[in-house]
Structure formats: C-alpha cells, structure tokens
Design a binder for this molecule. Sequence first.
Ligand SMILES: Cc1cc2nc3c(=O)[nH]c(=O)nc-3n(C[C@H](O)[C@H](O)[C@H](O)COP(=O)(O)O)c2cc1C
Length: 293
Amino acid sequence: MSESDRATGTGGRAGTGVGAETRGDRNGDTGRDTHRVIEPSVLYVGTPAYLVATRNPDGTANLAPASSHFALGRTIVLGLEAGGQSLDNARGHPELTVNFPSASQWRHVERLAGVTGRDPVPPAKAGAYEFEPRKFERAGLTPSVSDLIEVPGVAEAPLRLEARVRRITPSVNGEFGMVEAEVVRVHAAREITVAGTEHLDPEAWHPLIYAYRHFFDRGAEVGWTRKTPFPVAPAPVERWELAGGTWRVAEVREGSARVDLLRCDGGEVVETITLNDPRDVRWAAVKLAEDGR
Ligand SMILES: Cc1cc2nc3c(=O)[nH]c(=O)nc-3n(C[C@H](O)[C@H](O)[C@H](O)COP(=O)(O)O)c2cc1C
C-alpha cells in the first residue's frame, strides 16, 4: 500500500472502489483496513477438481488431475499447462473426457499428483514427478468405453463428460493452453440425478473441491436462486394457491418464516402461517429476495 493510500485508508487503488471500504472509513474508530494486499502463490479459490483423459500418440489413454475450468452452455474450457502430456494429446487427438470425482475419491486424484504421461519427464518437473504410462492403474481407477469418442472415461467418476476439442488458445504468458471443448455426452451416476428428469441432484452431488491446494467436500446448501429447478412452495401455501388465494412472505428469520395467506379479491390477511422446515424457510427467503425485500 502506498503512503497516500495509508493516508486515505483506501487499501490501494484509490478511486477504483477496490478495497475502498474500510472499517476506519465506515466507523471512524480503528482506522484499520478490512482487507490486506497479499501475494498468494496460487489463485485457486475453490473449483471442482477433475481428471482429464486424453489419447496418447500410441493410442493408450492418459489421465491427469486438474482443476482449472469453466463451463458455459455445452462448452467446457480447460486450462492445461504447457509441457504436460494432456495438452499435447489434446492437440494431437482432439477428443477428451472430463471426469469429476466425488469428494470421497480424493485419494485417487492424489495418486496422480506426482506423475506425468510425458517421457522423458520435462526438466521443469524433474525430481518432483515421475513418468507413468499407466495412469488408470496408478490411480486405482477403471477406464470406461465412451459412447461417441475414442477416449475412455473414468468409470468410478459420478459425472463424466465426453467432449470434442474445438480450439486451443495459448495463454499470453505461454504457460498453459485454453482448451475449448464441446461436450457431446454427459454420463451421470443415477444416484446424483433426479429420477424422471434431466437434472443433477445438487444435494446428492458432492464434487471434490480444490481450494488453495487443499481438498474439500462442499458445505451445506445455503440458498436458492429463482433459477433453481425445484423451489417447491410449502404444502399449505400451495393448497392456498390452488384454492384461488394469494400469499405474501411477511418475514424470514433464522430457522423460521411467516407467510400471510391473503384473500384473492380484497387482499386481506386471512391467516398467517409459520414455516420451520429448512427447505420451506429457504423458499420464503428466495421469494423475499425476488421482491427485493
Ligand atoms: C488437484 C490438482 C489440480 C491440478 N490442476 C491442474 C490444472 O488445472 N491444469 C494443469 O495443467 N495441471 C493441473 N495439475 C497438475 C497436473 O496434474 C500435473 O502437472 C500432471 O503431471 C500432468 O500430467 P500430464 O503431463 O500427464 O498431462 C493439477 C494437479 C492436481 C493434483
């Protein structure tokens, strides 16, 4: 932080709004910044880890742990390091599978953390990594034949994607490639899907989260958005609606919510019900948020 930042208490980048709100600014008491400027070694804030399978030049499969990715629509973009076998393979044979393990499978991922499918091991990895041509065996995982591509998936991974590589863009610093791939098939273990729908069940699905070089399971569900597929109204509210009435969430507190049931014509409150079931309370919180309250 610069001297002028210190004087204004902006925590750096004065005028940008970044770090501009400080305890000192708000309360005028401590004068201490709420944020520190840090230089973390990595910026892995916490994304699901995955195992990417690619095809080696000799036709065998490579498998490597990774976490850098995002998905939009049917496109998944992977960040794969230059010098790794996976990136070279994706260039040589434009198909891959992206296999998301569950949190409980982290040891399988870790078994591949110190190996590369590249022979000889690149100088940057010398000493820290060893060449391993049989990654599936090393990880204790089973290849599963894909439906539409030649690269296998990981049978044990609850969620696996078959994808065709559409473009690989080198990063500006040359350290990795951005692999844009079109997902052509999704395989989901039955137990993480909602029967009778095309949906994953977010309560059943526990991806392995990689955050700042630690593995985590995900925590408890804390909220819903209006796009959540199943924000089912609590039974009494639904009954009231079916009978032609309207309703309004009156209040949401920690652990409970109150809903006014209204007459459809005059809008008078006929009854106020209290919700205690966590799902119902969350439903009420979403409705309140939707109203901007
Ligand atoms: C949890 C975890 C996450 C990783 N994330 C990435 C990543 O996002 N991109 C990447 O290229 N390498 C990542 N790596 C490192 C590669 O797995 C490692 O460099 C491996 O040797 C690559 O194997 P390959 O040369 O056979 O492709 C990660 C490793 C671990 C254990």
